[in-house]
Design a protein around this ligand. Structure first.
Ligand SMILES: CCCCCCCCCCCCCCCC(=O)SCCNC(=O)CCNC(=O)[C@H](O)C(C)(C)COP(=O)(O)OP(=O)(O)OC[C@H]1O[C@@H](n2cnc3c(N)ncnc32)[C@H](O)[C@@H]1OP(=O)(O)O
Length: 194
């Protein structure tokens, strides 16, 4: 059973997404947006360590090795972590559009169990943009880019300013991020663009 709610169907006024001229080239690694991110950060020992790459158009791919720390049932990935993997892959699309956006809504279909030891091959693409609203879709395939689809999602991301983080994040982490030249460089990549 699957299907998406009307909130995830772009309105007639929505436009086709446009790849930003400074987006990473197809095949180029995108890198983590924050080293402590549970999805893609290198500093999270039990995180998913997703490694995303730019695709063609406004799309990305990523891989997720399911480790024992990611179990829900014995030997199987936890569904919430699979949603995290989809969410974080969708979040990497920010680099193709060169806007900062956050998940407003994420609807996930679980089609097959995902065993520990599997590599989930994820892909995501923006399907439409309507003002601040970014409509996107993602899927995860088992053990090969053309393997069986195990999970899929439709999502609505909403464009935000950097103040979304600086005004809402816990001050300790915000201060540390502001003191980290690499983090500032990442955020500036968005700010210098229209
Ligand atoms: C110094 C450090 C810097 C660090 C720099 C890091 C940079 C790189 C970060 C990348 C990160 C990615 C990581 C992975 C993706 C996450 O996991 S993001 C984390 C999870 N998401 C969140 O925490 C978001 C929490 N929600 C919110 O903050 C607010 O609800 C939102 C989503 C920003 C929207 O609030 P808002 O800005 O007040 O906008 P609002 O007017 O309510 O909505 C705008 C439009 O969207 C629609 N909308 C909003 N929510 C929904 C919804 N749930 N369903 C349907 N429609 C909706 C509204 O109906 C409205 O539509 P229109 O009326 O315009 O037609």
């Amino acid at each position: 059973m699957s299907g998406r709610t009307p909130a995830l169907t772009p309105p007639d006024s929505a436009l086709a997404p446009v790849r930003h001229p400074d987006a990473p080239a197809p095949g180029e690694p995108i890198g983590s947006h924050y080293e402590h991110c549970f999805g893609c950060g290198g500093e999270q020992p039990h995180g998913l360590h997703l490694a995303a790459k730019a695709g063609e158009g406004v799309s990305v791919t990523a891989e997720f090795l399911v480790r024992p720390e990611h179990q829900g049932a014995p030997g199987l990935a936890h569904g919430g972590l699979l949603a995290t993997a989809l969410d974080d892959t969708l979040g990497a699309l920010n680099w193709l559009l060169r806007v900062i956006s956050v998940t407003g809504r994420l609807e996930t279909d679980y089609l097959r169990p995902v065993p520990v030891g599997s590599v989930l091959h994820l892909s995501a693409e923006v399907t439409a943009v309507d003002g601040r609203k970014i409509y996107a879709t993602a899927e995860g395939r088992l053990n090969a880019p053309d393997g069986p689809v195990a999970v899929r999602a439709d999502a609505l991301f909403v464009e935000v300013k950097v103040e979304h983080f600086t005004e809402n994040g816990r001050p300790e982490e915000i201060r540390a991020a502001m003191d980290d030249p690499d983090q500032i460089r990442r955020v500036r990549a968005f700010e210098v663009n229209p």
